[in-house]
Ligand binder design. Structure first.
Ligand code: NAP
Length: 353
């Protein structure tokens, strides 16, 4: 797998319009994993490219997202999104160029964000596509800081955890897509102390030396509870939980009275064949009067304009940084996904097509 890290994107606009080829590639779910997924759970298929009917547009995908929630969709069973179907193409956020429009609402050449990634060409319902401007931000940012990922950080920190500028904040998976934004947003809104955990020394350095975290630790170096206790001598007021498990247990231990937890995800458990036991210290939720609140970003689309205004401003001023780990080629998308689950990304993991 070829992985390259880059901070800047080169985006080609005004490319000459070409008619789409007859056939294109898509990545399908070949079988449902039990435990950690493997490359054998994916298959690449060549399919005919259909022309758009009324209300549809044909998009040539340029960048697609791989996200932890996709692991849940590989399982059978009901959740907040339907499972992927075996033998069918996977789905997920993507940005691409409109090559043909049957809706009368888009122009060929426009860039749109939509939810049919994992394929070279996507036949998209016009109602589920949104035009994005490559002159305002690189295309990948619409899958990151200016998209679902940024909104998750923004809503989780400011609405769900009800952050105030007095709050010391701890965030796990802090060098990842959501976590790296949570820490920066807390700092920019005035947090006195921002603490992050991540899975390598390189990531810890990135957090403290480049993103302005006040403290960070590698959770693989020793028990999370011990390391967090050292990093947070005065406790924490907000824990943004991306990881669950021992991280949540350690956070409950150091949370101050009336502390809040934004329960965003539990990536440490997504590949567990059986649900692991919960934290042993749940009674401290009572004694410290803690609030733990789960959320799904899709419920908060109304906050998108606020994200674009406030966080877009920080981005323009250079006060907030976005980093991406980019894997090239649709055929490498399964490796990018598996690599993200293993922690090979810094910032947002993306695939360019
Ligand atoms: N609630 C919502 O609406 C919503 C929306 C988006 C995302 N999420 C959740 O937010 C979390 C972060 O998502 P993301 O897109 O920003 O992914 P990400 O952090 O960019 O990538 C996943 C990261 O998880 C870390 N990780 C993997 N196994 C781990 C383990 N056993 N213990 C601790 N860390 C582990 C890895 O980093 P290390 O090297 O640090 O281990 C990896 O880089 C996920 O739990 C995701 O499900 C929730």
């Amino acid at each position: 797998m070829r992985v390259s890290r880059q901070h800047e994107w080169t985006v080609s606009v005004n490319q000459p319009q070409q008619s789409p080829p007859e056939r294109g590639l898509e990545v399908r779910l070949a079988s449902r994993p039990r435990g950690w997924p493997t490359p054998e759970n994916f298959e690449i298929a060549e399919v005919p490219i259909k022309r758009p009917g009324p209300g549809q547009l044909l998009v040539r995908n340029e960048v697609m997202s791989v996200d932890p929630y996709m692991r849940g969709r590989m399982n059978a069973g009901r959740s907040y999104v339907p499972p992927f179907e075996v033998g069918r193409a996977l789905e997920g956020g993507a940005v691409g160029e409109v090559v043909a429009d049957g809706s009368g609402r888009f122009r060929p050449g426009q860039k749109v964000v939509h939810s049919l990634g994992w394929r070279e060409y996507a036949l998209v319902d016009a109602g589920s596509a949104r035009v994005v401007d490559p002159d305002v931000a690189p295309l990948g940012s619409y899958l990151g800081v200016l998209g679902m990922v940024g909104l998750t950080a923004y809503v989780g920190l400011f609405d769900v955890a009800a952050f105030t500028p007095r709050d010391t904040v701890f965030v796990s998976a802090a060098a990842g897509a959501v976590g790296s934004l949570v820490g920066q947003m807390a700092r920019l809104r005035g947090s006195p102390r921002v603490i992050g955990s991540a899975g390598s020394a390189e990531k810890v350095r990135y957090l403290t030396e480049e993103l302005g975290f006040d403290a960070a630790f590698n959770y693989k170096d020793g028990p999370v509870a011990e390391q967090l206790g050292v990093a947070a001598p005065d406790g924490v007021d907000v824990y943004f939980d991306n990881v669950g498990g021992d991280h949540l247990e350690a956070a409950i231990e150091v949370l101050n009275e009336h502390g809040r937890v934004a329960c965003c995800g539990a990536v440490s458990q997504y590949n567990a064949p059986e649900p692991p036991p919960g934290p042993h210290n749940m009674f401290k939720i009572v004694t410290k009067r803690l609030t733990l609140k789960g959320f799904i970003v899709g419920d908060s689309a109304r906050r998108m304009p606020d994200l674009v205004n406030e966080v877009g401003g920080w981005l323009r001023d250079g006060r907030l940084r976005e980093r991406q780990t980019v894997v090239r080629g649709l055929r490498n998308a399964p490796d990018a996904f598996l690599g993200m689950l293993r922690g090979e990304n810094i910032g947002k993991m993306l695939v360019t097509l």
